[in-house]
Design a protein around this ligand. Structure first.
Ligand SMILES: Nc1ncnc2c1ncn2[C@@H]1O[C@H](COP(=O)(O)OP(=O)(O)OP(=O)(O)O)[C@@H](O)[C@H]1O
Ligand code: SF4
Ligand SMILES: [Mg+2]
Length: 324
């Protein structure tokens, strides 16, 4: 097992008025090469802050307080801006929720694709671009190349961005809710393209709040809540045997049987400016114990006979932390 990315003790927050608030708390995550890794949780739990920290694409008021982001034996957080340019879009690509963010509205698609072709391959650039666009199943290639981003649909723009990742031969693809703005059939075709990338040996970190996508496409799943990891596991374990009450609540909110009433998760996720002691999920948790209000549980491996069907699940919850 080889990890392409290792994030260690990452804490990130924002200056808001005269105070500093954490959006990520001491995150430790490793991403195995050649797999699709899901990062899931409700809106505001820190998914985008995480992904943007990896590429250091954070807002001006953000501060990375501690941690390491190790990619190819380099700590990205220590790189100079010009060294980062050799990684962004070249080794690690970002597929954003809104593809407009990655495409320059002033240039045609052809010009933008030409920019990502490696200098040594410039003589072959037309073929390389043609192959990449065919691979992402764009049929009317001539028209698409001559278009400006605003002339393409959302799904078509996401295909162009995935083609860019193919051309630049990025090893790691960070996909931040790449299908949220798309209808179901386009969304499925984009997800299938991500599966094709995995078959080519690429690693994908897929951010989503849709657990039905996770169960179908992802090898591992990490569930976040208010800047903490609350559960991480191989996806099949997590779906068969979820542990954390928050994971269970997210799964109970998924549509399953026709006509079955969906469960809502009680309450709402708090803003980062709210200070919550103990387990941050305690105001919404139906299983809370007295200590949950004051003591924060840490992420621990849940293995052994008690949890025999859930090898390698890690969970941060006193219901499990108590059992030796
Ligand atoms: N520039 C900023 N200044 C202040 N707070 C911010 C800033 N950017 C993000 N936040 C806060 O950080 C927290 C995590 O935000 P993030 O965008 O990572 O959430 P998310 O999990 O990606 O949510 P969504 O599913 O809606 O995209 C939120 O409470 C958000 O309001
Ligand atoms: S630690 Fe306590 S409050 Fe938090 S999820 Fe577990 S039982 Fe619920
Ligand atoms: Mg987000």
């Amino acid at each position: 097992m080889q990890n392409i990315l290792e994030v260690k003790n990452l804490s990130v927050g924002f200056n808001i008025e005269d105070n500093f608030y954490y959006a990520l708390n001491n995150i430790n995550l490793s991403f195995e090469k050649g797999k699709i890794h899901a990062l899931a949780g409700e809106s505001g739990c820190g998914k985008s802050v995480f992904i943007n920290s990896v590429l250091r694409l954070l807002a001006k008021n953000a501060r990375i307080k501690s941690g390491e982001v190790i990619f190819n034996n380099q700590n990205i957080l220590n790189l100079k801006e010009n060294e980062l340019e050799n990684i962004r879009g070249k080794k690690i690509s970002l597929i954003p929720q809104d593809p407009f963010m990655s495409l320059n509205p002033l240039y045609t698609i052809e010009n933008q694709l030409l920019e990502v072709v490696d200098k040594k391959d410039k003589n072959n650039s037309k073929t390389i671009i043609q192959n990449a666009l065919e691979e992402v199943r764009i049929n009317n290639i001539k028209n698409v190349l001559a278009s400006y981003p605003h002339e393409l649909s959302g799904g078509m723009k996401q295909r162009v961005i995935i083609a860019m990742s193919l051309i630049s031969n990025c090893e790691l693809i960070l996909a931040d809710e790449p299908t949220t703005a798309l209808d179901v059939s386009v969304s499925n075709s984009i997800l299938n393209l991500l599966l094709n990338l995995k078959e080519k040996g690429k690693t994908i970190i897929l951010i989503t709040h849709d657990l039905s996508i996770v169960s179908n496409y992802c090898d591992t799943t990490t569930i976040m809540y208010l800047g903490d990891i609350v559960e991480k596991a191989p996806s099949n374990c997590l779906f068969k045997n979820p542990k954390h009450p928050y994971t269970k609540a997210l799964l109970a909110a998924l549509p399953t049987k026709k006509g079955k009433k969906l469960e809502n998760i009680k309450g709402q996720i708090s803003p980062i400016t709210d200070i919550i002691t103990g387990c941050k999920f305690h105001p919404r948790c139906g299983c809370k114990l007295d200590k949950c209000v004051f003591e924060k549980p840490v992420l621990k491996l849940c293995s052994g006979s008690t949890y025999s069907s859930s090898n390698n699940s890690e969970v941060a919850c006193w219901l499990y932390n108590q059992i030796k």
